[in-house]
Ligand binder design. Structure first.
Ligand SMILES: [Zn+2]
Length: 317
């Protein structure tokens, strides 16, 4: 099995000075716990808030990338910075965990495709087009304003350039209109690196069945987020257990089959967690629950990582 987590906010902890070579008490991710959780590859999110000015967001992204490089380079016996599926498989054979980088919010590229290309060269392999605000690229699921009514004209160029470069387009956080615009303009399958199902929990950050069907039709994948407010509307009354994550997986499987779903924890970006899934070392519980629900080993392998690796192989050059 190749276990992949397509989204965590570990770089935010690194920026605060966390030492990932040992247990980070105030966080949910570190290298020893990734190992204990059997995680083979983790995408570290280079996250910037939409509140930052353009230059501040570019600077913040550079600082975070630098911290990821430092953390990986000081732990060469545990992890390796990785940009392709082939390298990731090789790392696993060597007993190393692959650390990929994704960028959460396209604000750091400002209105400049050269900066997009530069971040790709630094190792960024997916970009979440925006976060909780409308930016130069598109509208967010979180806003009332909906500045562009979907993708901006610059956003269309960004999608086309990401296709050309071989960078995954992440549709988590973007508005429904932006999502459909991305599907119109992208020639490649797209991913939702940390999103849940709106049919099970009516939250604007989650995807409708229609969106999940459109994503799957293009060969994409939705990676289920562990954040309780996205898993269950009643989380404030009863905190959902880790099994609720598997309910969302079941829903996607029933809707579009087993080839279009995976795991995107959002650890280190979430202040509360499902019961039994307090940090990344608990990931095997999901695998055990999938087995209990009758999934075959082949199907579990797809969900655990092979679905996301397939899209990466199709998109990343
Ligand atoms: Zn996020």
């Amino acid at each position: 099995m190749f276990l992949l987590d397509s989204h965590c906010d570990a770089p935010s902890m690194l920026l605060k000075g966390a030492d990932f070579s040992k247990n980070v008490k105030e966080g949910q991710v570190d290298f020893p716990r990734l190992k204990r959780g059997g995680v083979d590859a983790s995408f570290f999110a280079i996250y910037t808030s939409n509140e930052l000015s353009a230059d501040a967001s570019t600077r913040r992204a550079l600082e975070m990338i630098a911290k990821v490089y430092d953390a990986v380079e000081s732990n060469p016996d545990k992890v390796a910075l990785t940009t392709s599926v082939a390298e990731a498989k090789k790392n696993k054979r060597k007993g190393l965990i692959s650390i990929f980088m994704g960028m959460e919010n396209g604000a750091p590229i400002q209105r400049d495709l050269s900066l997009l290309r530069l971040f790709y060269k630094m190792g960024i392999r997916y970009m979440t087009l925006t976060h909780n605000g409308d930016n130069e690229i598109c509208d967010s699921a979180a806003t009332e304003t909906k500045r562009w009514g979907g993708l901006s004209p610059f956003g269309v160029e960004v999608v086309q350039e990401m296709n050309r470069l071989g960078m995954l387009i992440d549709v988590s956080h973007i508005s429904d209109m932006s999502f459909y615009d991305v599907l119109t303009y992208s020639k490649q399958p797209v991913v939702a690196t940390h999103s849940c199902c709106r049919a099970l929990c009516n939250h604007h950050r989650n995807m409708t069945d229609e969106m999940i069907e459109a994503l799957a039709e293009r060969g994409g994948v939705i990676q289920i987020n562990f954040y309780p407010p996205f898993l269950d509307e009643k989380y404030q009354d009863v905190m959902p257990s880790y099994k609720r994550v598997v309910d969302h997986i079941d829903h996607v499987v029933d809707l579009v089959g087993v080839e279009h779903v995976g795991l995107g924890s959002d650890f280190d970006g979430i202040e509360i967690t499902p019961v039994g899934l307090e940090d990344v070392s608990k990931m095997p519980k999901i695998i055990i629950e999938l087995r209990k629900r009758g999934y075959s080993e082949h199907q579990i392998n797809l969900i655990a990582g092979e679905n996301f690796l397939r899209v990466m192989n199709n998109v990343i050059k």
